[in-house]
Design a protein around this ligand. Structure first.
Ligand SMILES: NC(=O)C1=CN([C@@H]2O[C@H](COP(=O)(O)OP(=O)(O)OC[C@H]3O[C@@H](n4cnc5c(N)ncnc54)[C@H](OP(=O)(O)O)[C@@H]3O)[C@@H](O)[C@H]2O)C=CC1
Ligand SMILES: Nc1c(N[C@@H]2O[C@H](COP(=O)(O)O)[C@@H](O)[C@H]2O)[nH]c(=O)[nH]c1=O
Length: 449
């Protein structure tokens, strides 16, 4: 992906991360001030979700306010690459000189382009000697399309490296070890949760070996995604639908099932965002029922039709199709893990699931939903399909509990974001929207998407 226009279109994401980073950075700074009063100058931001951003670290990072400010800036820089670096991660870097002044900054702008450290080192020039590099991800140690950043940092004379998250990619990791072996002071974990959040799609895809899956739906307040007669256009407002296009622009692929294809004849392309790189449109259609006139086959974006073994695709010349095995068990449809493996092989790091309740239920049953984004319209239908179909859940004890991460007003609608809870609901305590969460009748459309 690439293009300055796309980056401009996605700059709202950067705004969101800036606010997040500011929030967490301030929290850390406050803790630092408190700990200084008690004589301990140590601050590490601890996320309540168990994770290990730095499996090999030997000590907790000892961070000063200047360290926090520099890493915060690096995370802001990383966010500028959202939407243009896939299948690579977003990475930001700040170089300070020997006296602690910022000497250079940079971020990974596009896959195949120079890494963040290289941009920042170029900007710093000779001032990098004896300085510190703050990087949101462990510097790489391998030669890919560009050389190893560990060597570039050593060659520039950097004597301290602070990175927020260890690189889980076995092909590129090892930079911290190389730097340490060369005598560089290396620290890991500063603002780790925030650096993880900005890189969630890439980290999820590397750690799980499949793309990050975000399930998006639009429903009435009583949870219906279509009317009894199956009409569903439109439930949500133009503002909310414009927001969905920003989600599409940030995803590598948009996925639906044949039910949605037949009922809605959707286009699924990004509209209204100049310069956006179009995601791959994917339809799960076991029996290849899609017709050549379907809007999803227009030339607005690439399309992949996933079909079952034995499906006749003779009426689809020139259409990119892939044969997938049937889902295991008695249910119908295609194997979702095979689908995600196929998409991974095509470089897809993030999937926006825009299918109907049947496919969404199957993804939930396969435990392959990493984030849920629901757009709720203040309307009631009383009948019609619910947002989620059968997901193999039959008792309240089996409910897939989620942690609410955001609730924001968009035009007349509400956008709610949640992620699967990492701890049992009882242990996590009640989930409530903080009073500071911007949900109010007067709230304008959000800057971010
Ligand atoms: N408001 C909203 O946000 C949305 C509303 N809708 C509405 O939903 C309705 C369509 O719902 P629905 O039929 O559930 O649509 P889906 O998009 O969920 O399509 C379901 C179909 O996908 C195919 N499929 C392939 N593999 C699988 C699998 N592993 N698991 C499940 N399904 C699989 C199956 O058809 P096959 O056997 O042919 O492969 C299945 O019948 C329409 O009324 C539409 O307007 C749809 C999307 C969003
Ligand atoms: N009805 C409904 C949605 N429906 C979703 O949008 C798809 C249509 O995409 P396109 O043809 O590209 O505009 C449709 O198939 C379904 O996945 N989305 C929303 O944000 N709000 C709505 O009210």
């Amino acid at each position: 992906m690439g293009g300055s226009a796309r980056r401009a279109a996605l700059s709202r994401y950067a705004g969101r991360w800036r606010r997040l980073v500011t929030h967490f950075g301030d929290r850390c700074a406050r803790r630092l001030r408190r700990s200084r009063v008690s004589g301990v100058s140590r601050c590490s931001v601890v996320d309540r979700q168990p994770r290990s951003p730095c499996p090999n670290r030997q000590e907790d990072p000892v961070a000063t306010a200047a360290d926090i400010a520099a890493m915060r800036r690096a995370i802001e820089l990383a966010a500028r690459g959202l939407g243009s670096t896939s299948p690579n991660p977003v990475v930001g870097c700040v170089i300070t000189d020997a006296s602690g002044e910022i000497a250079g900054t940079g971020y990974h702008e596009r896959a195949g382009g120079p890494h963040a450290e290289v941009h920042a080192l170029r900007a710093a020039g000779t001032r990098a000697r004896g300085g510190t590099a703050y990087v949101t991800l462990e510097p790489c140690d391998h030669t890919g399309r560009t050389g190893p950043c560990s060597q570039a940092l050593l060659a520039a004379g950097i004597t301290r490296v602070v990175h927020a998250v260890a690189d889980p990619n076995p092909q590129a990791s090892g930079g911290a070890g190389t730097l340490r072996a060369a005598g560089v002071r290396v620290e890991c974990g500063l603002l780790g949760p925030e650096a993880e959040a900005v890189n969630a799609a890439w980290l999820t895809s590397v750690r799980l070996g499949r793309p990050q899956v975000v399930w998006k739906y639009a429903a009435t307040l009583d949870g219906r995604i279509a009317a009894e007669d199956r009409s569903s256009r439109w439930i949500t407002s133009p503002e909310a639908r414009a927001d969905v296009h920003r989600l599409r622009a940030g995803a590598d692929a948009v996925v639906i099932g044949s039910g949605t294809l037949r009922t809605d004849d959707p286009q699924l392309a990004v509209r209204g965002i100049e310069g956006a790189v179009q995601p791959l449109r994917v339809v799960l259609d076991s029996r290849a029922t899609v017709t050549p006139a379907a809007r999803v086959l227009d030339d607005a974006a690439p399309t992949l039709i996933a079909v079952g073994e034995g499906a006749d695709t003779g009426h689809l010349p020139g259409v990119d199709t892939v044969v997938l095995p049937a889902a295991p068990g008695p249910g119908r449809g295609l194997d979702l893990h095979a689908l995600l493996a196929e998409l991974s092989a095509r470089g897809v790091r993030s999937v926006l699931l825009e299918g109907g309740p049947t496919l969404a239920g199957a993804f939930v049953a396969a435990r392959a939903v990493d984030k849920v984004i629901g757009y709720l319209a203040p309307a009631l239908l009383g009948a019609g399909p619910a947002a989620l179909g059968g997901a193999g859940i039959s008792t309240i004890g089996e409910a897939l509990r989620l942690d609410l991460t955001e609730s924001v007003r968009i035009g007349p609608d509400l956008r709610i974001t949640a992620v699967p809870a990492s701890v049992p609901a009882a242990a996590a305590g009640p989930v409530s929207v903080p009073v500071s969460t911007p949900v109010s009748a007067a709230a304008p459309a959000p800057e971010e998407s």
